[in-house]
Design a protein around this ligand. Sequence first.
Ligand code: ZN
Ligand code: ZN
Length: 367
Amino acid sequence: MKSRAAVAFGPGKPLEIVEIDVEPPRKGEVLIKITNTGVCHTDAFTLSGEDPEGIFPVVLGHEGAGVVEEVGDAITHVQVGDHVVLCGDSCGHCSNCHQGLPFYCKEFAERNLTGQRVDGSTCLSCNGEEMRGRFVGQSSFSTNVIASAPGVIKVPKDLPLELLGPLGCGLTTGVGTVMNALKPQPGSSIAIFGAGTVGLSAAMGARLTGCEKIIVIDVNPSRLEMALEIGATETINANEEDAVEKIQSLCNGGANYSVECTGVPEVVIQAVNCLTPPGWCAQVGVTPSGITVPLEMDQVVFGRGIRGVVMGEANVQNFVPYLAELFRAGRLPYDRFVKFYDFADINQAVHDSAGTGEVIKPILRMP
Ligand SMILES: [Zn+2]
Ligand SMILES: [Zn+2]
């Protein structure tokens, strides 16, 4: 079928909205009419060409929300007309998938970052030329997409679908990192570096798990204000104060946990050094490949650790509907930091999302 898609024809080039062809769904696949899609840093990162997995021409986008149009064979968990949020694809049968950790699927990269199915085929084409799709299992910068069963998640129809796409990446990553990976004891202290969607979601997750001190660090005053609005107890403007010293003084020696969302090497070091032992830093921010970070081993050996966390280590088929219910209950007020754009203004939305400016979570309205 024909679809309008924003195509990345090359690294660093503006996206171009063109007509493409989308195949009918094969066995285990679902065709979805996208109504809205969030724009995430990872889209801008892949578009920049800094990502070694860069694949062009490609349709990016990975916070899609929409309505099921057609289901392939062997699809039983959704039907035509269902409202769905899209997530990455996973194989469903490797040891990590069996443990409910689909984002550590042993086929994660080939299923989500190559733009192709595991058999090497693609589901998109343009003027008869093959085009890469299935970015994070979906390529949601398109009015119609094909996704595989594990990444298609049914959500309640009485919730505003236009807001739900970011549940599939930014919200799951932030809330899940705290709830599923760090699992803080109630009364803990946590320092969150970076007040974008992931950092603010981590702050909401910290509040939901009963953290007592929730400190958010950023350089943008309006983002820090937003952090206080959604549940942070203190904020630090890293341009004005030494974050590590301030955290140590606020938390009686250091924070029990930290979440690093910026991917900036100097900030990674701060996110480890601000901990009081035993303390864990969850590394969520993505850095260009080849980056190394010198950690003071004196700090690490005395009970401080860092570990990477992907997609909040969430079993997304359960976690996304759970987040949707938290949103309904008013306990995940991320709608306060969403800004809507028309699909035609996608390049502006990607630009706004990549910076550290006023716009925190752009959501596109699809035609
Ligand atoms: Zn993302
Ligand atoms: Zn797997």
